[in-house]
Write a protein that binds this ligand. Sequence first.
Ligand SMILES: [Zn+2]
Length: 50
Amino acid sequence: MLEELIACPNADHGTLGRDGDSYRCTNCGTTFPILNGIPVLLPTGTNPNG
Ligand SMILES: [Zn+2]
């Protein structure tokens, strides 16, 4: 499953959980949008949505 292949880019963080149209880090709560079916994993502070 895709969820097993992706993880939070922040250090020492783990897997992501599906949260509607995005993924959420189960550790820090950071959400990552899904664009064209691909989760966009950007470190905290680089949110393209502002
Ligand atoms: Zn995290």
